[in-house]
Design a protein around this ligand. Sequence first.
Ligand code: ADP
Length: 329
Amino acid sequence: MMNKKGRVFSGARPTGRQHLGNYLGAVKNYVALQDEFECVYCIVDLHALTTLETTENLRSNTYEMALDWLAAGLRPEETILFIQSHAPQVCELHTILSMITPLGKLTDLPTFKEKVRQNPNNVNYGLVGYPVLMAADILLYRASVVPVGVDQSPHLEFARELVRTFNYHFKTQALVEPATRFTEVPKVLGIDGQQKMGKSLNNHIELAATPEETQKRVLSMVTDPQRQRRTDAGNPDVCNVFSLHKIFSSADEVAMINAECRKAGIGCVDCKKRLAHDLNESLVPFRARRAEIDQNPDRVWEILHDGGRRARAIADETMRDVRAAIGLP
Ligand code: ADP
């Protein structure tokens, strides 16, 4: 740990089996960051409660997600992988931080407005405080670096402001201002070729799907909408199948498809079959590791519990300093 550059924190809601969007947009980066930083990755079950109608799948979603993250390459001996609610200190810090948070700042955030649009009938107190809870997580683990996409950057700026306010007000250095590390988050489109890949739209391809399921999903992908017939020339630049080829196929194959599609030398069905094949090939090691880890669910829970113990130890230290700075008796 000593030779690493600092501590990274990131969290994601327990959404269950991960899809290509989660992998390319987040998990791949989580894995890579381990080489440079001490990493703390959290499955934020409390955050999930702000929009959940039922908690029925919370446990299985947490397990499936942890399984995917581990199979993708998280190394639990060095990385802390844990469940947010297992370190309840975050709730205390959340309450404390909420006392120095102007309400208007929260209701002005674009992410809050978006959530209200999505769930007009469930604008709960927790939803307003979502960024305060997120800040509490980041600050509790004294993250020096937080990887974010542009859409999350207002939340991080908000966390940084809270640190300045808290430290100034209580004349302390108890909280550490995290640096933003902008990650190039690719927007992976779903099989509809139009909208961001996501579970709620059912336009996703799961990493852990069988090769047959994967092929079925890929064959249903929407390609260049202008290309109506096999004999029409296509435009790979607007085709989501081609964008995935660029990630999962060899340079030679990408060059071939790029050239042949434009002169109707290759049809969409053939192009999709090739993608399904390449995607399945790329996922062979991941799927094998996943199946192996899944043989022993107790081990996955033990990793999460062990992560929880390590997370609580850091959280205790921070809270000791925070309480002392405030002067809580
Ligand atoms: P959360 O609300 O915790 O961000 P999501 O399941 O929406 O949960 O996303 C988890 C992570 O995966 C986030 O970092 C998000 O940016 C990324 N992600 C999800 N879908 C996509 C996608 N289609 N393209 C790129 N990144 C995505």
